[in-house]
Design a protein around this ligand. Structure first.
Ligand SMILES: Cc1cc2nc3c(=O)[nH]c(=O)nc-3n(C[C@H](O)[C@H](O)[C@H](O)COP(=O)(O)OP(=O)(O)OC[C@H]3O[C@@H](n4cnc5c(N)ncnc54)[C@H](O)[C@@H]3O)c2cc1C
Length: 421
C-alpha cells in the first residue's frame, strides 16, 4: 500500500486523510477536490454565515497544514472525471492517478429547478460560493420578500435567517406535511408550527409551476393553481443528488449514491464515505430494510476516517454501523434528531409538540427505540442515542424518559427555591 487517493476535498475527504496520517500511514496521499477552496464547513453556510454581521472563516485547516503536518498533495479546482476500478486509476484533469486504495467522498450537489440556472436572484445553498451570493442577495437594499421552495432542513434554516434579517418569508412545500419523510407526519406538523410562530408563512401542498423573471431577475413564481406570488429572492431547497456523475462506466453500483457493503467497500480497494455513500447500516437492517444514505455532518466525518482506514488496510475492515445524528438551527432554537424515523409509534416524552416545542419525542419500531427528536431540549437526544446504539427496548426508553422527567422537576424545584432565597 503506497498511494491513497481521496476524491472529494470536503469533510469526509479531510477526515479520511487526517485519520490515516494519525494512524501512522507513511505512503503518499493525494486529496482531489472540484472546488478551488480548501475544505470548509458547510453547516454555517445556511445559518451564521448568512445572518451574522461579521463572518467567520469556514475553512477547517490552513493550506500549510496539508503540505506540512499532513503531508498531503492537494489537487484543488479540478474534478475527477473517471474511475477505472480494474486498472486502479482515477482521471483528474490531464493526469491519471494510480492508487492502491481509493476513498470516494464526492458528497452531493444541490438540486435545482430546471430552467432557472440563468435567472438572477434564484439561489441554492450547497457551496461557499452559493452562500456568498445568497448572503449578498438577502442583504441587498431592495430585498423585502424571500420565498423558499422546499420546507426541508436547509430551506427552513434559510427561512429563519430571512426572518432574522427582517424579510417577509414564505415557504412553499409540495407535500401536505413538511419533513414527513425525515421525522414523520406528526413531528413534521410540530416543526411547521415553529415556523408559523416566528412569522414565516408556510404553504403546503403547493407546486411551483414556473419561476417568473423580468430583465433576467426573478420577480415571482406561478403556482400549480395559476396564482402568482411576487418575490425578490428565491431559494430552492429541494434536496441534493449524490455526486456520482464522474463514476459512469466505472463498474461501481450507483443507485442514489455509490452502493457499498457493510464495510463501506464499493469495489476492491475502493471505499465510500459521506453524503455520496449508500451502505447497509447493520444497526437498523432488522427494522428498516435495505441500505442507507445520510446527509449529516457527523456521519460524513466519522465515515471519512473509517473508509480511509479500510482503504489502507482492507484485511482489517469491519462493518460500519452508526446511529445517525443531525442538528438544524431554526430561529433561536435547535432541532436535533437521532436514529431513524421508521417507527410505527411516536411518543412525546417531554414538553409539548402542539406549539412547536420545546419537546422531545421518541420513535418505536417493534420492541426497540429507533429514533428521537428534540426541539430546544439540547440535553436529551444524546441520551436516547446511546439507547438506540445499544439496541435497547421501548421500555428502557420510557424508563429513561421518566428518569429525565424527575431530574428536570428536581432542577426546576431547586431553581425556584434559589429564586425565593
Ligand atoms: C448549507 C448546508 C447546511 C448543512 N447543515 C447541517 C447541519 O446543521 N447539521 C448536519 O448534521 N448536517 C448539515 N449539513 C450536511 C453536512 O454538511 C454534509 O453532510 C457534509 O458536508 C457532507 O460531507 P461530504 O464530505 O460527504 O460531502 P460534501 O461536503 O458535499 O463535499 C464533497 C466535495 O466533493 C467535491 N466533488 C464533487 N464531485 C467531485 C469530483 N468529481 N472530483 C473531485 N471533487 C468532487 C465537491 O465539490 C465537494 O467539495 C449541511 C449541508 C449544507 C450544504
Amino acid at each position: 500500500m503506497t498511494h491513497l487517493v481521496v476524491v472529494g476535498a470536503s469533510l469526509a475527504g479531510l477526515r479520511a486523510v487526517e485519520a490515516v496520517r494519525r494512524d501512522g500511514f507513511d505512503g503518499d496521499v493525494t486529496l482531489v477536490g472540484a472546488e478551488e477552496h480548501l475544505p470548509y464547513d458547510r453547516p454555517p453556510l445556511s445559518k451564521e454565515y448568512l445572518s451574522a454581521d461579521e463572518i467567520a472563516d469556514p475553512r477547517y485547516r490552513e493550506e500549510e497544514t496539508f503540505a506540512g503536518d499532513l503531508d498531503v498533495e492537494l489537487v484543488l479546482g479540478t474534478p475527477a472525471t473517471a474511475l477505472d476500478s480494474a486498472a486502479r486509476t482515477v482521471a483528474v484533469g490531464e493526469r491519471t492517478l494510480s492508487y492502491d486504495g481509493l476513498v470516494i467522498a464526492t458528497g452531493a450537489h444541490a438540486r435545482v429547478l430546471p430552467g432557472t440556472e440563468d435567472i438572477a436572484g434564484v439561489h441554492t445553498v450547497r457551496t461557499l460560493d452559493d452562500a456568498i451570493a445568497l448572503r449578498a442577495a438577502l442583504r441587498a437594499e431592495h430585498a423585502r420578500r424571500l420565498t423558499v421552495v422546499g420546507a426541508g432542513f436547509i430551506g427552513s434554516e434559510v427561512a429563519a435567517v430571512g426572518r432574522k434579517l427582517g424579510l417577509e418569508v414564505t415557504i412553499l412545500e409540495a407535500l401536505e406535511t413538511p419533513l414527513a419523510r425525515a421525522v414523520g407526519e406528526r413531528m413534521g406538523r410540530a416543526l411547521t408550527h415553529l415556523h408559523r410562530r416566528h412569522g414565516t408563512e408556510v404553504r403546503t401542498g403547493v407546486a411551483v409551476e414556473e419561476v417568473l423573471a423580468e430583465n433576467g431577475h426573478v420577480r415571482g413564481v406561478r403556482l400549480g393553481d395559476g396564482t402568482e406570488m411576487a418575490t425578490d429572492v428565491l431559494v430552492v431547497g429541494i434536496g441534493a443528488r449524490p455526486a456520482t456523475e464522474w463514476l459512469e462506466g466505472s463498474g461501481l453500483t450507483i443507485d442514489d449514491g455509490v452502493v457499498a457493503d457493510e464495510t463501506l467497500a464499493a469495489a476492491p480497494g475502493v471505499y465510500v464515505a459521506g453524503d455520496v455513500a449508500r451502505w447497509p447500516n447493520a444497526l437498523f437492517t432488522d427494522v428498516a430494510e435495505g441500505t442507507m444514505r445520510l446527509e449529516h455532518w457527523t456521519s460524513a466525518a466519522d465515515q471519512g476516517g473509517r473508509a480511509a482506514r479500510h482503504a489502507v488496510d482492507p484485511a482489517a475492515a469491519t462493518p460500519y454501523e452508526t446511529v445517525p445524528y443531525f442538528w438544524s438551527d431554526w430561529y433561536d432554537g435547535r432541532v436535533q434528531f437521532v436514529g431513524i424515523a421508521a417507527g410505527e409509534d411516536i411518543e412525546v416524552v417531554a414538553g409539548d409538540d402542539a406549539q412547536g416545542g420545546p419537546f422531545t419525542a421518541i420513535y418505536r419500531a417493534g420492541d426497540r427505540i429507533v429514533g428521537a427528536l428534540a426541539v430546544d431540549m439540547p440535553a436529551e437526544v444524546m441520551k436516547y442515542r446511546r439507547l438506540i446504539g445499544g439496541r435497547k427496548t421501548w421500555d428502557d426508553a420510557l424508563e429513561l424518559a421518566e428518569q429525565r422527567r424527575r431530574q428536570r422537576e428536581e432542577k426546576a424545584r431547586q431553581r425556584a427555591e434559589g429564586a425565593c432565597t
